[in-house]
Design a protein around this ligand. Structure first.
Ligand code: FAD
Length: 435
């Protein structure tokens, strides 16, 4: 019998469990740990609340979770409640699938001013992550600056633009909906250091900006390269650039009809967040792109703004006793191997890149490596060993059955038309599982 501990119940964790089942069938026991009492990582707390069809992938993980040899061990933080070393003593392989939950710092003056947020915090707030439930952003200013040209920047912009009615059918949490209702925003500036050909935004997400009831996207036609140059782009990017071209063709008169303008500011590198006690603006330097890189021109200007959200990437959390690559912001590894018996997968292995599906081959690949390394298993204790340790330590473990009770409570208290109203505090989640 092989015993595998997977740390993190996001896509990478569940795909790795699925791969372990395919590899060994009944001859493996998998425990999936999560620091939260609820599973699925960024499927619950990252993927946008108005993209429910994408969140539906969790049903696939549930099939894995409900099988006899896979167990969810929620409400246990590895590195705090139990160490990696202890788990290595109990399991043949420990796989870190802990994601990349921290915002990459911009290292700009003023970055820590109130009402300046990283996307992990801001997205966590509207998606009900317990760590960010108290964020309470102030939306009373008329301008927000969203820094970054990827899909997370689009998610944040779209969420800031939508009306309450447009959130029908979503699982945006009530505290966020209430604050968004008070929004006085009239302008959202999406800031990118490079040009339209260097965006990381995908066509579907970009196209959604054309269908907002109270907001319209604006692109300066002068920022767009010659049409002929689009032919060199890969097809997805070409489609995205086509959307930008259609935004640039929106007649000026249309903007008078919608309260919020979403303005793409290309070739614009943030230099400082301005403010005194509260953010008042962003100082920006104009750039040009040379050989794909942004180069400052020395010309600067200020965008007055009352809210700034930085969507420039994420890094993995350190775990005591595990080597960490500071520059890359993740665990150093050779195809998933960190140290003997210790592996990583998903965003903890690769950094924040790719789609949900990219984590699947990653999970299968790490199980191949583990199969090469552990053979038939070393006769470790696995589950019973962890259960004894949890009991001795008084850990309040949340099981998958508990999660199903929490989920049922969340569904029962949903506002009309919504799939669920999430609990946003750990204590509420624990209470909802009942006795
Ligand atoms: C805002 C946002 C929107 C996105 N939208 C999409 C989308 O629409 N479509 C798409 O394809 N992809 C999307 N993605 C990407 C997708 O979410 C990731 O590819 C995927 O979630 C990465 O999976 P993971 O398992 O590596 O990490 P995660 O999903 O982050 O899971 C990590 C898990 O580990 C747990 N954990 C962390 N540390 C510990 C610890 N010490 N002890 C115990 N547990 C721990 C966390 O609680 C979490 O549950 C989005 C990402 C973000 C940030």
């Amino acid at each position: 019998m092989r015993h595998i501990a997977i740390i993190g119940s996001g896509p990478a964790g569940y795909y790795t469990a699925e791969a372990a089942q395919k590899q060994w069938g009944d001859d493996v026991r998998v425990d999936i740990f999560d620091m939260l009492p609820v599973p699925y990582g960024l499927i619950r707390t990252g993927v946008a609340p108005d993209h429910q069809s994408i969140k539906g992938v969790a049903r696939r993980y549930e099939a894995t979770a409900l099988s006899e040899n896979v167990r969810f061990v929620g409400n246990v933080m590895v590195g705090k409640d139990v160490t990696v070393e202890e788990l290595q003593g109990l399991y043949d392989a420990v796989v870190l699938a802990t994601g990349a939950p921290h915002d990459r710092k911009m290292d700009l003056p003023g970055e820590n001013l109130p009402n300046v947020y990283g996307s992990a915090a801001f997205v966590g707030w509207y998606n009900g992550h317990p760590m960010f439930a108290n964020l309470d952003p102030d939306l009373s200013g008329d301008t927000a600056v969203v820094i970054g040209m990827g899909n997370v920047a689009l998610d944040v912009t779209r969420i800031l633009s939508k009306t309450r009615e447009e959130f029908a059918g979503s699982d945006i949490v009530a505290h966020a909906l209430d604050v968004l209702d008070t929004s006085k925003l009239r302008r959202i500036v999406i800031l990118g250091r490079r040009g339209p050909h260097q965006i990381m935004m995908t066509p579907k997400e970009l196209g959604e900006l054309s269908h907002l009831s109270r907001a319209a996207p604006r692109v300066d036609p002068q920022d767009l390269p010659e049409v002929g140059e689009d032919a060199l782009l890969e097809p997805g990017l070409r489609k995205s650039v086509n959307h930008l071209r259609s935004f640039a063709a929106i007649p000026a008169s249309h903007y008078g009809d919608v309260p919020i303008e979403i303005e793409f500011d290309f070739y614009a590198s943030p230099k400082a967040i301005l403010g005194d006690g509260k953010v008042t603006g962003v100082e920006v330097e104009r750039t040009t792109v040379e050989a794909g890189r942004a180069v400052g021109t020395g010309e600067t200007y200020v965008i007055p703004a009352g809210l700034v959200v930085c969507c420039i990437g994420y890094q993995t959390s350190r775990i005591p006793g595990v080597p960490f690559d500071d520059r890359a912001g993740r665990f150093p590894n050779d195809e998933g191997r960190i140290l003997p018996g210790l592996y990583c997968v998903g965003w903890a292995r690769r950094g924040p890149s790719g789609t949900i599906g990219t984590n699947r081959p990653d999970g299968f690949s790490v199980i191949e490596k583990i199969a090469e390394d552990i053979g038939a298993g070393a006769g470790k204790q696995g589950r019973p060993g962890f259960d004894a340790l949890a009991q001795a330590r008084g850990l309040d473990v949340v099981t998958f059955r508990d999660w199903k009770k929490i989920e049922a409570e969340e569904e029962a208290r949903a506002r009309e038309g919504a799939p669920r109203e999430k609990f946003v505090r750990v204590e509420e989640m624990i209470a909802a599982r009942g006795s």
